[in-house]
Design a protein around this ligand. Structure first.
Ligand code: 3H9
Length: 676
């Protein structure tokens, strides 16, 4: 850089550099340059210096490290405020009487983009991404973002950005006027200074004074288009209310409106839950007691056994990331069908514009179908996704032990079975691990990585890392029946059945769950999975309500009737026949029929899950409560605004839960009792 006159002044995590007539204010607050109190203080000091110095004609705001400012410091939320008020600092920057240029690389997110918006001009490298993702934390851009963004990009783009929280690539941001100029990928520092110098004659361009354009009708359109996705959420609507306010209120009043809405969200439980999940998701990737720099095993080629729905979905995860997969089936017809489904899924995605035809062919080219387990000999990781039977799994692992190369990781996708028992039928239990994907495996984000008694540390760490690489949120679970997720699921399913015997209906119980925010209730889920799974297949042997339904040929969604009746689009409605079958079975149980309240349904189907979570922790089958929350949010659709069963349990209160569980005769976990 041609720099004549460089003065350096250290202002905590913000430094300034004077380069001739330009002052560069440089933020350095790793890892993501969040706006911690000392950064706000540094910005204040840096800009005061720039404004007071008559020899400074323009100002550049830039960051060191991997990114521009990625937002407010989320770790400060909920703590007593420290340092200067963020809005006051931003106001000072916007009111500067010299042009201010934000120089953006990495991500300018949330409060980071709001800082860039008070700068008068923005220059960004092509790889930069910009956005206001606050909605994903149950918040809204609370430092003028909802008022300034519409004045820069128009109402339509601003409303969409605020309500959806997606990041825009720099080129798209430039197309809508959010970025004024694209810099060279490697010359941002120089290009920003040159740009600032060029802008000296034009002078400042305060965003608050820019006219607002666009059609406010977009707000209702967004609400209609996202009604299902936003069910139960407060933040998307609050974001839109603020953008709408920007269209009718003078700037200062709009800021006031935004402040009020922001504080409401910040003080509420939804944002607390979503912020909890932000950190929970990152925490889940960490394995207690393992060194961070543990050497991982290289995974260059993957084998998948089973080309059914699960095996196919698992394979797609790797193919999509450019990792070759050999998929093995026993019968040619099943292999062909499985490969055909993978191709069809990719082609459907291509039709929606997610892939090009060449990309589809590229991914399919990485897939090697085979009928011989021997073809897995050179794979670094083999995932077994065959029928859920211990005998079958043992046979497969015994064969893999003989076939696979030394050091290969042998993983089972079992959802319930004992991974240690599977490992023991090989000569290398240290290489065996559970990798439990959730259906549809190419879509669902959760991966339970099951650590066996003898699983080697590097095998566990590699399974977690490969999970991250294929876009999953991976959680470590210990060996127990159903691991974390399915073990807790069964504590919900069983009392739900009991409630039917006492007089509740499937629809009543399911509604409590869907009103809570779950995508479906226990009986809708049973119908989806299939009532005949695990059924003894003897219609004359009726010991449960499920036996009675199966005996009457009601197998669930697959044949259009289960607890509900289904139309050809698989939309379910309460079934008179199913209710009659339930009532007939119920009447043999000698239990009196009674009115069951929604609160009782919560106490008997949701509280036991919290209780089971405590037991799982007590037994060391999960590393931390937040991991359990991650499992339920990414594996079962627990509403993120309730923060997962453990977070929600804390909100409900341990005392209240223990009292209810004891009243209903449930054995309470010692650790939950202790907490109460
Ligand atoms: C906001 O701005 C409110 C304002 O509108 C109003 C104010 C009045 N704060 O994700 P990574 C940590 S709300 C504190 O693994 P990546 C993170 O926990 C904010 N810490 O990296 C992790 O720590 P650890 C709006 C943060 O490269 C480490 O940094 N902004 C923050 O995969 C690395 O993170 C957002 O919502 C933060 N803001 O992705 C952006 N951000 O190593 C949130 C990260 O101990 N951040 N950390 O586990 C992100 O989306 C991603 O972190 C980012 C980098 C894309 C930036």
């Amino acid at each position: 850089m041609a720099c004549a006159d460089i003065e350096e002044l250290t202002v905590q995590s913000v430094t300034t550099q004077k380069i001739d007539d330009i002052l560069v204010v440089l933020v350095d607050n790793p890892p993501v340059n969040a706006l911690s109190w000392h950064v706000r203080q540094g910005l204040k000091d840096g800009f005061e210096q720039a404004l007071a110095d008559d020899s400074v004609k323009a100002i550049v705001l830039r960051c060191t490290g991997s990114t521009f400012i990625a937002g407010a410091d989320i770790t400060e939320f909920g703590k007593p405020p420290q340092g200067p008020d963020f809005n006051a600092v931003l106001h000072m920057i916007e009111a500067a009487h010299k042009p201010v240029v934000a120089a953006i690389h990495g991500t300018a997110l949330g409060g980071g983009l709001e800082t860039a918006l008070v700068c008068h001009y923005r220059i960004a490298v092509p790889s930069a991404r910009l956005g206001v993702p606050e909605v994903k934390l149950g918040l809204l851009p609370g430092a003028g973002g909802t008022q300034r963004l519409p004045r820069v990009v128009g109402i339509e783009a601003a409303a969409t950005m605020c309500a959806l929280g997606e990041h825009l690539p720099a080129a798209k941001a430039a197309a809508i006027g959010l970025v004024d100029r694209l810099a060279g990928e490697d010359s941002l520092a120089e290009d920003a200074i040159a740009y600032a110098r060029e802008l000296i004659p034009a002078g400042p361009r305060p965003t608050r004074d820019r006219p607002l354009t666009g059609d406010v009708g977009v707000i209702e359109q967004l609400k209609a288009a996202n009604a299902k996705k936003w069910r139960g959420f407060d933040a998307p609507y609050a974001n839109l209310a603020c953008v709408e306010a920007a269209t009718r209120l003078p700037f200062d009043e709009g800021m006031q409106f935004e402040r009020t809405e922001f504080l409401k969200l910040m003080g509420g439980s939804q944002s607390a839950a979503q912020r909890h999940m932000f950190f929970a998701e990152r925490q889940a990737a960490k394995i207690d007691g393992l060194p961070k720099d543990l050497a991982l095993r290289a995974i260059k080629k993957v084998g998948v056994i089973g080309a059914g729905t699960m095996g196919g979905g698992i394979s797609m995860n790797f193919l999509s990331k450019g990792i070759p997969v050999t998929i093995v089936e026993m019968v040619q017809e099943n292999l062909d069908r499985g490969v055909g489904v993978i191709r069809k899924n990719y082609e459907n995605s291509a039709a929606k514009g997610r892939f090009t035809t060449e990309q589809v062919e590229g991914m399919m080219g990485l897939l090697t179908p085979s009928l011989a387990l021997e073809d897995l000999a050179d794979c670094d990781l083999v995932i077994e996704a065959v029928y859920e039977s211990m005998d079958v799994k043992k046979e497969v692992f015994g064969k893999l032990d003989a076939i696979c190369k030394p050091g290969a990781i042998l993983a089972s996708n079992t959802s319930y079975l004992d991974v240690d028992e599977i490992a023991e039928c090989t000569s290398r239990p240290q290489d065996v691990v559970g990798m439990h994907f959730f259906s549809p495996a190419n879509v669902m984000k959760l991966l339970e990585v099951v650590r066996g008694a003898k699983t080697a540390d590097d095998v566990l760490a590699t399974a977690m890392a490969i999970g991250k690489k294929i876009g999953k949120v991976a959680v470590v679970a210990g060996v127990c029946h159903g691991f974390i997720g399915n073990r807790m699921l069964s504590t919900r399913q069983q009392p739900a059945m009991q409630l039917l015997l006492e007089g509740a209906t499937p629809a009543q119980i399911d509604k409590v769950h869907t009103d809570f925010g779950m995508p479906m209730g226990p009986f809708q889920m049973s119908d989806l999975a299939g009532l005949d799974i695990g059924w003894h297949r003897d219609p004359s042997r009726i010991e449960t309500i499920r036996d009675a339904l199966c005996a009457a040929g009601r197998f669930g969604q697959k044949n259009g009737k289960g607890f509900y009746d289904y139309d050809e689009k698989r939309v379910g409605t309460p079934s008179a026949e199913a209710l009659a079958i339930i009532e007939e079975f119920r009447s043999t149980s000698n239990l009196p029929k009674r009115e069951i309240s929604d609160q009782e349904i919560v106490e008997r189907t949701l509280y036991p899950m919290v209780n089971e979570g405590y037991k799982i922790l007590q037994e060391g089958k999960a590393q931390r409560p937040s991991d359990i929350d991650v499992v339920w949010i990414y594996g079962y659709g627990w509403p993120i605004y309730r923060g997962g069963p453990m977070f929600w349990g804390d909100l409900e209160g341990a005392g209240k839960i223990v009292e209810a569980l004891e009243r209903h005769g449930v054995a309470v976990a010692e650790s939950l009792k202790a907490k109460a």
